[in-house]
Ligand binder design. Structure first.
Ligand SMILES: Nc1ncnc2c1ncn2[C@@H]1O[C@H](COP(=O)(O)OP(=O)(O)OP(=O)(O)O)[C@@H](O)[C@H]1O
Ligand SMILES: O=c1ccn([C@@H]2O[C@H](COP(=O)(O)O)[C@@H](O)[C@H]2O)c(=O)[nH]1
Ligand SMILES: [Mg+2]
Length: 209
């Protein structure tokens, strides 16, 4: 798809290197603490705005489930709430983007740290149009995760504090980075699912229509 047609000019991606192959792709990063509702809201964004949802954690889980050579290592990182090396996650995201016919992506739960951010921008060669940031108090995050009941290996009292620590120490600086570039759209995630989505909708209507 050419970069010139379907989208307003302010959505034209920045080309960071000549190898990048998503010259018309639109990327929105979705960040927030564990349990803030990223996956829940991404489903709604897909239904209403036609984006393809790429959950970085879901892609890593698929690697575990497929029995790939990195699967056991990824599972250990997940059990400990640690961030998987960037080259693995970025490769999975890049493959998923290349295999998609859609060119509008919401990337959920990534970049988790500065290394992830730099790797994505250098390898994939795209900067996000904006970053959707779900803000939610820590105690609410913990309650939501403990109630999620989906059998995740990291939804337990051993791993939750580790995930929160990683979020505060490594992911918030990424949000600060994009904030300094005027790219962060903050949403109060401590409301009902529908109320949160009202906030999300107004952002997407303003920035992607
Ligand atoms: N606004 C909300 N109010 C109450 N519960 C919510 C809300 N949004 C999501 N939940 C519930 O909280 C749990 C976590 O939501 P979700 O899986 O969407 O979060 P997440 O940010 O993707 O988490 P993670 O980072 O761990 O993948 C789920 O059980 C979900 O149903
Ligand atoms: O970019 C990423 C995304 C995820 N991880 C690992 O997976 C778990 C679960 O991620 P969710 O987004 O909460 O589903 C996370 O704690 C990390 O261990 C990652 O390393 N890099
Ligand atoms: Mg999720």
């Amino acid at each position: 798809m050419s970069a010139s047609t379907d989208y307003p000019s302010f959505l034209t991606p920045k080309v960071a290197n000549e190898n990048q192959s998503h010259d018309a792709a639109i990327v929105v990063f979705v960040l927030g603490g564990p349990g803030s509702g990223k996956g829940t809201q991404c489903q709604k964004i897909v239904e209403h705005f036609g984006f393809t949802h790429l959950g970085a954690g879901d892609l890593l889980q698929a690697e575990i489930d497929s029995g790939s050579e990195n699967g056991a290592m990824i599972e250990n990182f997940k059990k400990e709430g640690k961030i998987v090396p960037s080259e693995i996650t970025v490769r999975l995201l890049q493959q998923a983007m290349q295999q998609s016919e859609n060119k509008k992506f919401i990337i959920d739960g990534f970049p988790r740290n500065e290394e992830n951010r730099a790797a994505f921008e250098n390898i994939v060669g795209i900067e996000p149009e904006f970053v959707l940031f779900f803000e939610c108090p820590e105690e609410v995050l913990t309650k939501r995760i403990l109630n999620r009941n989906q059998g995740r290996v990291d939804d337990n009292v051993h791993t939750i504090p580790k995930r929160l620590k990683v979020y505060f120490e490594q992911t918030l600086p990424v949000i600060d980075h994009y904030s300094s570039k005027g790219k962060v759209q903050k949403v109060d995630a401590h409301r009902s699912v529908d109320e949160v989505f009202e906030g999300v909708k107004s952002i997407f209507c303003r920035l992607t229509k």
